[in-house]
Design a protein around this ligand. Structure first.
Ligand code: NVA
Length: 313
């Protein structure tokens, strides 16, 4: 966690990366600043996986593509409408769409567009349109997606700039295709970016989507998921120790953790409680060791626990 890592005392990402490369076999970093992951990756001699940054969330995109494949059986000739903030999840989704050649239309308020470099790069491979009109975006859409207006790294003030126009509600869903599905990476702020009737309604596939975030579900259509999964299993089979620091409440991390034998886990009291339950249920290895009482987390603005500044395997 941030208060247990030398980075919090001013150590450079480079030195942290080099040090961790001596201790562990892979790093999953869930961070605020994307540059920190880039620096870690540049200076590590071990694999570095982005578990979320303020700019990207590739693990979420993998889960989302798996969910779309599950429900629509294809990627091409589909249209995704993204409504709301052009945030980390949106940036990665655009890249995902470029890989699968899925059309995407992104409706955001002015000033909340996704990263323009991402749009430019992805546009070489698929159709990426930006608009400020959610109704235009959902027209003929096969998938409607949104996310919290206030991401974990955002200030609450940002949410005030969002307008109810960008809420996914029944009226908006009715303007999409009849067989449209609704997706949300969670956590959802019900009543803000999405209404109860949509997220709990028949078009919602959010729980299928949530399930995919546990990377233990391996799907041959998503080679990267398979790779991560197999890499962790291999390391584990070789009896190499993997240390997991922080934010275990997130499915991506839990999914990986379930593949690991005898991990050492640094946990705050809330996580420790959760881990004890997982151990009891046999979900994680009985010999999981815990370093407890990490107290540095505060409540995040998006209503979920704020992650420590970085998480490491
Ligand atoms: N965009 C949100 C949700 C990610 C799962 C965030 O970064 O907090």
């Amino acid at each position: 966690s941030s208060n247990q890592m030398q980075h919090s005392r001013g150590e450079s990402a480079e030195d942290t990366a080099k040090t961790l490369s001596c201790y562990v076999d892979a790093i999953v970093a869930r961070v605020y600043e994307h540059d920190f992951i880039e620096e870690l990756a540049k200076h590590s001699t071990i694999p570095v996986i982005n578990g979320l940054s303020n700019s990207y969330h590739p693990c979420q995109t993998l889960a989302d593509l798996m969910t779309i494949k599950e429900h629509k059986k294809k990627f091409k000739d589909l249209k995704i409408a993204w409504i709301g903030d052009g945030n980390n999840v949106c940036n990665s989704l655009i890249f995902g769409c470029s890989k699968t050649q899925t059309e995407i239309v992104i409706a955001t308020p002015k000033g909340f567009e996704p990263n323009s470099d991402v749009v430019k790069k992805a546009s070489k491979y698929t159709s990426v349109d930006l608009t400020t009109d959610p109704e235009f975006a959902v027209r003929d859409a096969d998938v409607v997606m949104t996310d919290t207006f206030v991401s974990i790294h955002d200030s609450d003030a940002k949410s005030k700039k969002f307008l109810p126009t960008f809420q996914v509600n029944e009226s908006l869903m009715n303007k999409a295709k009849d067989n449209v599905i609704f997706m949300h990476c969670l956590p959802a702020k019900r009543g803000y970016e999405v209404t109860n009737s949509v997220i709990d309604g028949p078009q919602s596939v959010v729980w299928d989507e949530a399930e995919k975030k546990g990377i233990n579900i391996v799907d041959a259509t998503c080679p990267l998921v398979t790779e991560i999964h197999e890499e962790v299993r291999k390391l584990s089979a070789e009896n190499r120790r993997i240390i997991i620091i922080g934010d275990h409440g997130h499915d991506e991390v839990n999914g990986i953790m379930e593949q690991v034998q005898d991990p050492i886990v640094v946990a705050n009291p809330e996580e420790a409680k959760r881990l004890r339950k997982m151990k009891k249920a046999g979900v994680v290895s009985q010999s999981t060791q815990m370093i407890e009482n990490v107290q540095d987390r505060t409540s995040g603005s998006a209503g979920m626990p704020r992650p420590i500044s970085y998480a490491v395997f």
